[in-house]
Design a protein around this ligand. Structure first.
Ligand code: NAD
Ligand code: MG
Length: 393
């Protein structure tokens, strides 16, 4: 009998956060919500706290934290409310926490996720941006603290499932020749190129297979999501950029594959529902019910594969080049992408300006060794300033 696990869900009001709570609710004898956190959706966090009665709730903003505190007090809840990054760090590294679901979106996830890593927790990593920003530091901290890193991004979870045990010993030694990272190609896979400049946020967020937060949905439409995942795969599995190949697979039934020297290719399949990788991460090495519909291959009928089109999706090339350049290049890539996606979602930038400004700022940013978190945060901040300058021109 596994003892009850205390779980901190960073970003519990988001798409991954809600799916995580859905899986946890199916196993009340295994998982207990220790802390739930949100950025601005106070009312949603209030409802979650009333349902799960965690020890802590964290709001990013102090005023909203105070409002939540009052609301909970009136409702008779004894959940303690914390605020800001300090609050997130407290619940990420708390000695009573067993697992931390890192599901904050973007660079904001870096500090709390790193805190969980350094405290040696089991990290369920959805927040790919934190690994993209701090790859080497992040992976070294995992080794040093003995944290368990379970990838939640569906592709990396699939790769993890198809990898040999002890792959950390080196891919080549274990007979792995390639990681085949699949991606649906997003909503604009077949859209005529001349229409790219006029696509709207709602069109970009209407993903054909996955229901996700708005930032990652735009990333999927530009294929920057696949670019970030390419970098993520290199770090998670100690793979060179030549060992990771992006394959477009529009049905999103195969979530990624591992190719071996003997000619075998192992694939992990399933319906596109994040509760599968979440349940896998929470329960590893045991399997458990997730609530996901069983896959009906007869209904799927067909699986297609294509090479990615980098003329259509320059973000893929930019991400690969940033990984190859090393240092803070991936920090710049990620920071400018966040600024541009936000600008696009708020009607201040065209869809096609996202890769254009990333390329311009990357060209103007010095390459610095990402030796510590301060260096990374400085590179992030400078890149955001440069991106905003470009936007205001
Ligand atoms: P989302 O926008 O739905 O949710 C984001 C969560 O982060 C919310 O709870 C929000 O309150 C919190 N948050 C946002 N900004 C914050 C800040 N500054 N400080 C503290 N908290 C903040 O996003 P999502 O789709 O759930 O994605 C979360 C992460 O998981 C992203 O890194 C994304 O790339 C990754 N991911 C998501 C999916 C998916 O299916 N949604 C799949 C794979 C990976
Ligand atoms: Mg993914």
């Amino acid at each position: 009998m596994v003892p009850l696990q205390n779980i901190t869900v960073l970003g519990s009001t988001g798409s991954i956060g809600v799916s995580t709570l859905d899986v946890m609710r199916r196993h009340p004898d295994r998982y207990c919500a220790f802390a739930l956190t949100a950025n601005s959706r106070m009312e949603e966090l209030f409802q979650q706290v009333m349902t799960f009665q965690p020890r802590y709730a964290v709001m990013r903003d102090e005023d909203l934290a105070e409002a939540l505190r009052n609301r909970l007090l009136q409702a008779g809840s004894d959940t303690e409310v914390l605020a800001g990054v300090e609050g997130l760090v407290t619940v990420a590294e708390h000695p009573e926490v067993h697992q931390v679901m890192a599901a904050i979106v973007g660079a904001a996830g870096l500090i709390p996720t790193m805190a969980a890593v350094k405290a040696g927790k089991r990290i369920l990593l959805a927040n790919k941006e934190s690994l993209v920003m701090s790859g080497h530091l992040f992976m070294s901290a995992v080794k040093e603290s003995g944290a368990e890193l379970l990838p939640i991004d569906s592709e990396h979870n699939a790769i993890f499932q198809c990898m040999p045990l002890d792959f950390a010993g080196g891919l080549t030694q274990k007979g792995v020749s390639k990681i085949l990272l699949t991606g649906s190609g997003g909503p604009f896979r077949t859209l005529p190129l001349e229409q790219f400049a006029s696509v709207t946020p709602d069109q970009a967020c209407a993903h054909p297979n996955w229901d996700m937060g708005r930032k990652i949905s735009v990333d999927s439409a530009t294929m920057m999501n696949k670019g970030l995942e390419f970098i993520e795969a290199c770090w998670l599995f100690s793979a060179s950029t030549q060992q990771v190949q992006v394959v477009v697979h529009p049905q999103s039934v195969i979530h990624s594959m591992v190719q071996y020297v003997d000619g075998s290719v192992l694939a992990q399949m399933g319906n596109p529902d994040m509760r599968t990788p979440i349940a896998y991460g929470l329960g590893w090495p045991q399997r458990q019910v997730s609530g996901v519909e069983p896959l009906d291959l007869i209904k799927v009928a067909q699986l297609d594969f294509q090479a990615p089109d980098e003329a259509r999706f320059p973000c893929l090339r930019l991400a690969r080049e940033a990984m190859e350049a090393g240092g803070t290049a991936s920090v710049v890539l990620n920071a400018v992408n966040e600024v541009m996606v936000d600008a696009f979602l708020n009607g201040r930038a065209k869809f096609t300006e996202i890769p254009a400004v990333i390329e311009t700022v990357l060209g103007r940013s010095p390459l610095v060794d990402a030796v510590d978190i301060d260096t990374i945060l400085r590179a992030d901040e400078t890149a955001r300033l440069l991106a905003r300058e470009q936007l205001n021109q």
